[in-house]
Design a protein around this ligand. Structure first.
Ligand SMILES: CC(C)(COP(=O)(O)OP(=O)(O)OC[C@H]1O[C@@H](n2cnc3c(N)ncnc32)[C@H](O)[C@@H]1OP(=O)(O)O)[C@@H](O)C(=O)NCCC(=O)NCCS
Length: 318
């Protein structure tokens, strides 16, 4: 039996992101449910978010973000041989999204699979992409996080409808002579599976907010620190910290405990809400576009969410 020679490392060549056009402010929500701008901003940190309408699916969002990442990478669709779509909100489970997204982007016959690790999904998918390149199973990988959470959230449930939103972010991952995607630290806490769940096909997303809040602010900074350690990077040397955009108070608590004093901390939640698997690439892509982070600098990613799942790695910013 023979095995292919893999690449010494992998890197993200380019990011891309997309949000639906429809901006929903806290005041807009206050017209539908009993809530207010002050409560949402002080408890969660969100000012506005985007909701996709019935004409726009999670596949449409993924195609937009994936197309932008591909264009920014300078690669052709024909260069991609693996497409991984991280999502936990497909409208239906069969067929998967990845094959249809690839087809819409003109990627011919790639390996194509969906990955569900909820809000940690992008970090899981990035690790899978990097490992596939290093093992020689794939050459160039398109990784997309896409979510249409609004189709699984009850607008009348104010505990969730003010938080979750729609969007997509994508990365083109390619071989690299020197490693530019660090080792992933990943794990799960299945004993807390009930904390965020959709019970069955007629249910909406339900979460135990305080359980999740407590877990996120106590269990995750050691994971982030371990990802730095395993990459041989001191938190003080990070140019950016891009955690999952779940709640501004969670983001700031983890950032404080991490001690990444020079790092620009992603606060994309303010304008994007919680877009689950899309939130990390969406935030980082926008930070790059707006010149907030240096090319070649190191960014620490930290995904966490339903499952409960988590994953973290250091990457070099393209
Ligand atoms: C969801 C979350 C913001 C709720 O904040 P909280 O401080 O735990 O709020 P509680 O649920 O205890 O509710 C506090 C009060 O606000 C009220 N409230 C809840 N949602 C509200 C809303 N959208 N608008 C206004 N008031 C609201 C409650 O009814 C309650 O009122 P009461 O004190 O009169 O009973 C918070 O728990 C959280 O962010 N958890 C983490 C969730 C998360 O990040 N999930 C995604 C992980 S991927």
């Amino acid at each position: 039996m023979k095995l292919p020679a893999g690449a010494p490392g992998a890197k993200v060549l380019a990011f891309g992101h997309y949000q639906p056009a429809n901006v929903v402010t806290n005041d807009d929500l206050a017209k539908i449910i009993e809530t207010n701008d002050e409560w949402i901003q002080s408890r969660v940190g969100i000012k506005e978010r985007r909701f996709a309408g019935p004409e726009e699916s999670e596949i449409d969002l993924a195609v937009q973000a994936g197309g932008k990442a591909l264009a920014a990478s300078g690669l052709a669709a024909s260069d991609i041989d693996l497409v991984i779509v991280a999502t936990c909100t497909p409208e239906a489970p069969i067929p998967n999204l990845a094959g249809r997204v690839a087809h819409r982007l003109g990627v011919q016959a790639p390996g194509a699979y969906d990955l569900n690790a909820a809000c940690a999904g992008f970090c899981y998918a990035l690790a899978a992409a990097s490992d596939s390149i290093r093992a020689g199973s794939a050459k160039n990988v398109l990784v997309i996080g896409t979510e249409k959470l609004t189709q699984w959230v009850d607008i009348n449930d104010r505990a969730t409808s003010v938080i979750f939103a729609d969007g997509a972010g994508a990365a083109v991952v390619v071989p690299s002579e020197t490693p530019a995607i660090g080792p992933v630290v990943w794990g799960s806490a299945g004993d807390k599976a009930d904390a965020i769940m959709i019970q069955d096909r007629s249910s909406s997303l339900h979460q135990e907010g305080q359980t999740v809040f407590r877990w996120a602010t106590t269990a995750l900074h050691p994971v982030a620190k371990e990802a730095c350690e395993r990459a041989g990077v001191a938190p003080a040397d990070l140019a950016a910290f891009v955690p999952h955009q779940a709640n501004l108070r969670i983001i700031e608590a983890i950032a404080r405990k991490l001690g990444a004093d020079k790092a620009v901390v992603a606060r994309d939640i303010v304008l994007a809400g919680n877009t689950s698997a899309a939130s990390i690439p969406l935030a980082l892509s926008r930070m790059i576009e707006q010149g907030e982070v240096p090319s070649g600098g190191l960014a620490l990613l930290l995904g966490f969410g339903a499952g409960l799942t988590y994953a973290s790695q250091v990457i070099e910013i393209p």
